[in-house]
Design a protein. Structure first.
Length: 475
């Protein structure tokens, strides 16, 4: 499908108007009155509807505890806070890696990294995999992906099932923006380009059911404009400014959905691939560890009706559960071979006050990171984390060492309690061995060649990737 991206000045003017309302935008009307009021019993009716649209917003590098909806003291996310208050919020969500490509492979497939095999910069999702966009297109949805992160480019297999899968053209008509991320170079454009591109696709497909995936990057880049300069100038403050700016983009998208009279037939899902560290364990950034600051991410569902009050699922869940849950809500076929589970039973149990008694509560959740993901011709050096509330067990495979943290007394994971919990450590190690033994009999992640131009684009994100000899890469 051919697509021309417009530098839409009227959209930018509209955004500027929104920014001016109420001083900045905290006074934007986000009550969304065009959505009818509903109850948790109305969830089941979503499966029978043939007019429901879906938008998935992936905010790259967004840690949950920097959102107002998750208890942050700063008003970084008034839009998402309002969405969560009348929707569904999952209070504790474990990402499957702190590196985008590995995490996104798990999100899209519902499989843990040990089964996706996507743990190196040359790995890709194979054609044999079935992704949610394919299921949605088969069900009659028009599908579009708008991405700004090079790790989810089509050559890595992430475009499967999309009628349109594009990186938006940067606009030349943008307000001055701030780019202070110390570890990343300038990435062309802003998230407003992605927002406008998604809106344009929606406006062009009003007579069809649509699925739109939007991958925002300004939080990753610590990028924001002057109107979002609210919280100071150190690195942590700047990150919060970027969260605030991205929240504004989400508000603009939601307002457009309402203005198009689509609010009562559009479900919006908000999640993230991983978080960000601010020296809680000695470093800044991500793709270096699996501590809570880079692993705890948001998951919010904005339904086509208002829940009053909204539902909060307190049980720990995982990113591999996101798509099994969404497909179940829509009454569509499940992802084949997924490790993740539909969380609809937990949602219903939480609404009835029975969540802790459900079998899905208290599961062991896994995440994985190959520390040599950016090195050619190197044997993998994996960190694997197990979360079994209230504990996080972190195993460093190459070193043969491990750590154990108790979130009930140490939520920031500063005190290793492995030595005094030998029996629990043994249980965790047994679970780890079981995890390492799982395999994927349906497909294996291929290694692909990446040319120097694309590697340069990936390095612009702040990742250290080696120079390529003869334009070829190996494991």
């Amino acid at each position: 499908m051919a697509r021309k991206f417009l530098d839409s000045p009227w959209l930018y003017i509209a955004l500027a108007g929104v920014l001016l309302v109420g001083g900045v935008y905290t006074q934007v009307d986000i009550t969304l009155p065009k959505r009818p009021s509903g109850t948790i019993d109305d969830l089941a009716s979503l499966r029978d509807r043939d007019d429901l649209n879906l938008i998935w917003i992936l905010v790259d590098t967004l840690r949950a505890d920097r959102l107002s909806a998750y208890g942050y003291e700063r008003p970084t996310s008034p839009i998402l806070d309002a969405v969560a208050q009348k929707g569904i919020r999952f209070a504790s969500v474990e990402s499957q890696s702190s590196w985008t490509k590995a995490s996104m492979a798990s999100l899209w497939t519902g499989m843990y990294p040990q089964r996706t095999g996507v743990n190196h910069f040359s790995n890709a999702i194979p054609e044999e995999a079935t992704l949610p966009a394919e299921i949605l297109r088969q069900a009659g949805f028009r599908t579009a992906g708008v991405f700004r992160n090079g790790w989810v480019m089509p050559n890595f297999g992430f475009a499967q099932g999309f009628d349109l899968y594009v990186r938006p053209q940067p606009s030349v008509q943008r307000a001055r923006v701030q780019r202070p991320n110390p570890s990343a170079r300038s990435l062309q454009g802003t998230d407003l380009d992605a927002t406008e591109s998604a809106i344009q696709f929606i406006q062009s497909n009003l007579e069809s059911r649509f699925f739109v995936y939007i991958h925002y990057m300004d939080v990753h880049q610590y990028l924001y404009d002057e109107t979002s300069t609210l919280f100071g100038s150190d690195i942590s403050d700047v990150y919060d400014n970027a969260v605030h700016w991205t929240d504004l983009n989400i508000g603009m998208l939601i307002r457009e959905i309402e203005d198009l009279d689509l609010a009562d037939r559009t479900m919006i899902v908000i999640s993230s691939d991983h978080g960000e560290a601010f020296f809680e364990h000695g470093s800044e950034g991500h793709a270096k560890s699996l501590y809570r600051e880079v692993q705890d991410v948001p998951f919010i569902i904005h339904l086509p009706f208002r829940l009053e009050p909204g539902v909060v699922v307190e049980s720990s869940v995982a990113n591999v559960d996101v798509w099994p849950t969404v497909l179940d809500l829509l009454g569509l076929d499940p992802l084949p071979g997924a490790d993740g589970r539909s969380l609809v039973p937990l949602i219903e149990a939480a609404a009835r006050g029975e969540e802790s008694q459900h079998e899905l509560a208290g599961r062991t959740l896994y995440s994985q990171l190959n520390l040599r993901w950016g090195q050619a011709d190197k044997v993998a050096s994996d960190i694997i984390a197990l979360v079994r509330p209230p504990y996080r067990f972190v195993s460093y495979q190459a070193l043969g060492t491990f750590q154990l943290f108790d979130h009930s007394s140490d939520p920031r994971e500063q005190l290793d309690v492995a030595e005094e919990n030998g029996e629990l450590v043994a249980e965790m190690q047994a679970l780890l061995e079981s995890y390492l033994a799982i395999s994927n009999d349906d497909w294996q992640a291929p290694s692909i060649e990446i040319d120097e131009m694309r590697l340069h684009q990936l390095r612009a994100l702040g990742y250290s990737i080696p120079e390529v000899k003869n334009n070829k890469q190996g494991r």
